[in-house]
Design a protein around this ligand. Structure first.
Ligand SMILES: [Zn+2]
Length: 72
């Protein structure tokens, strides 16, 4: 079996596909991209995606940005 080491893992399904989108160095495979654009509010998968998408912007949970912690 051929393993593509340079192909990133999809942040949504965890799968590895050669065809994928790269957003902020995070990958979304073609399959998930299609589901994302076709999913509807009454689809149970909508909430699944809703929880996965923030992973695109969260690089490290242990060091949250200071932007939200201004006390002055
Ligand atoms: Zn995927």
């Amino acid at each position: 079996m051929c393993v593509h080491v340079l192909t990133p893992t999809c942040i949504i399904c965890g799968g590895v596909e050669e065809k994928h989108l790269l957003i902020r160095e995070k990958a979304i495979c073609c399959t998930c991209e299609q589901r994302l654009v076709t999913v509807t509010l009454d689809d149970p998968e909508y909430f699944f995606f809703l929880h996965q998408i923030p992973k695109l912007w969260i690089d490290d949970m242990s060091s949250p940005p200071d932007l939200l912690n201004h006390t002055d």
